[in-house]
Write a protein that binds this ligand. Sequence first.
Ligand SMILES: NC(=O)c1ccc[n+]([C@@H]2O[C@H](COP(=O)([O-])OP(=O)(O)OC[C@H]3O[C@@H](n4cnc5c(N)ncnc54)[C@H](O)[C@@H]3O)[C@@H](O)[C@H]2O)c1
Ligand SMILES: [Zn+2]
Length: 670
Amino acid sequence: MTIEEARQEIEKLREFLHYHNYRYYVLDNPEISDAEYDEAMRRLLELEKLFPELVTPDSPTQRVGAEPLKSFENFTHPYKMYSLGNALNTEEFHAFVQRVRQATANKPIVWTAEHKFDGLAIELIYKKGVLTMGVTRGNGEVGEVVTHSVRTIKNLPLKLLGSVPDELVVYGEVVMHREDFQKLDEEREAAGEVPFANPRNAAAGSIRQLDPSITAQRRLFFYAYGVRFPDDTVILSHYDRMSYLSERGFSICFHRLKTENINEIEEYHNYWETHRDEIPYEIDGIVVKVDDFLLEQTLGYDAKTPKWAIAWKFKPMQAQAVLREIELGVGRQGTITPVAIFDPVFLAGARVQRATLHNFDEVKRLDLHYGDTLVVERSGEVIPKVVAVIKEKRPPMAKPVEEPTHCPVCGTPVKRESDQVGIFCPNPSCPAVIKAKLRHFVSRSAMDIEGLGEELIERFYNEGILTSLGDIFRLKKHRNRLIEMDRLGEKLVDKLLANIEAKREVPLDRFLYALGIDFVGQETAKILSREFGSLENIRKARFEDFVRLYGIGEVVARSLEDFFRDPLRSKVIDDLLEAGIKVKAYPKQDKREGKLAGKYVCITGKHEIYSREQLFQFIEAEGGIPQDNVTRQTNFLVVGESPGSKLAKAEKQGIPIIPMEEFLKQIQKG
Ligand SMILES: NC(=O)c1ccc[n+]([C@@H]2O[C@H](COP(=O)([O-])OP(=O)(O)OC[C@H]3O[C@@H](n4cnc5c(N)ncnc54)[C@H](O)[C@@H]3O)[C@@H](O)[C@H]2O)c1
Ligand SMILES: [Zn+2]
């Protein structure tokens, strides 16, 4: 290969990797599989090794992650945050061990091994034991401030236990547990939102939210895997540092290894490769680290990775299986989804015999035939998907999988919208559609009616007492009949009816989301509620009123207008109102009112009675916007007891400063 050829290929690879970095790190929405990405990255590394003169500082091989987004406040890390080099097989792992041994003159080395969490790296800064900042890794030098989001993570200590130094920097991974991810994606799919590709992207998308109330609804967890002390020589062992963090209140990898024996690490790797489904979070490998911090310092870093640690990845979860049947699902919008049913195969320890095919355009693209050998993959995501068909293995005379002409549930001829993929059942009274709407309406992130699960919906529907959303609030009329039903009884029925009554009054945003309008997810529902304040106002609004809102595009605006302007479709609202549902008006936030209307207020230091959260609430109640950090927007800084560095920053920037007591007096809380 000539240098010119190399240059051309390198340029292509860099462009490819830059684009996919952006999709992955910035949009949290990758287009290609990690395996594909890693292959391109390896090729680039290889070429840059052959032609070192072609290495540039902006090459994806030299930089961690992607640039931080401007819409978040940016923060320069106290210590650079690195990625990890990886080993894809035993040989590569041994090569890593060899490199470390050579660099340390073949001294005996103590190793640690732990899970490689598949989530989003976060840096936490604790001052005097109190969480003050949460920051994403960003490009390794500068990250995005997401303190509001990380505060909502339940297992993350806001205050550390025991004695701690004045400042502590903790590193770890924010993850979404597999089970919560599955629920979230089902809800998103039901709401017509794009589902997340895998728990990692879901966790990243949830943390990198400008609205922390959305993050709070996503159940996230934080697992610590690193720490920096003001005096790094106090605890020298990585293993002991992790124990220290655990004692201070952090969750850490619950199954760690410390050993001098490389065979034990191999066993650990092989064990977790086959048992990864037994833990609640996703792992995509193990991380092997040198235990001794001083040795770490000696070994140092490459451009983007430490030389003292490696991620030893698991094999991608792919398997081949023979297609037996196509199952048809009919969703809430009538969308017909084909699901491949095949002879059971094992994917990383889990028995799998169904995988989604997304839609019939995908079936066509794969040119799927019954009896075909499928390549099924589960790479991080929980729901397996069919990624390819091995045409060479197709049996002779195999019949192609055909698109249905009629709804499999109600028999109505299917339709196809020119600008959308796939086919759907256009019948609004299709039992499948109605039941799916009911399931979405009562789901946790919608009306959150406990006890009205899939099975009861099915039974009540078949009994004819639950055939519309409004019927939920009319169920109490059928109390006696419900009690008579098999396996229900008085206690259960009364509990269910009480749960329903408790939700008769509902906040506007939940209600809008629960209606299941195409493309209206929780985020859009919040935007609409904030802007319009009441259901009446929304029902009067037009396309132009929707589309001018930040966060609402033309497709969504069109869908909203279609819904509210079409009497047949918005009939469901009248039905619900008639059944006695009360939709609570929403406190408008854009047209903020109060003493602090539209003002950005930052707080530093404490108050002896009010907590930080309470102070934030006071600000919001007066129409202000509480801030975690002094920014150019900040209108003034409130200073309490023992203020932090924000005071100096505000002074430097000439931002007005108000003593806590005076501030509280002004808003009549003092
Ligand atoms: N599909 C795509 O389009 C696409 C695009 C970009 C990146 N990617 C994927 O992302 C990878 C690169 O991402 P990355 O730079 O975050 O690297 P990585 O995820 O492969 O490894 C580094 C990260 O591992 C995490 N980690 C988890 N457990 C840890 C532990 N116990 N100790 C230390 N760190 C731990 C840390 O957050 C660290 O930053 C690529 O290999 C690729 O698979 C995919
Ligand atoms: Zn139908």
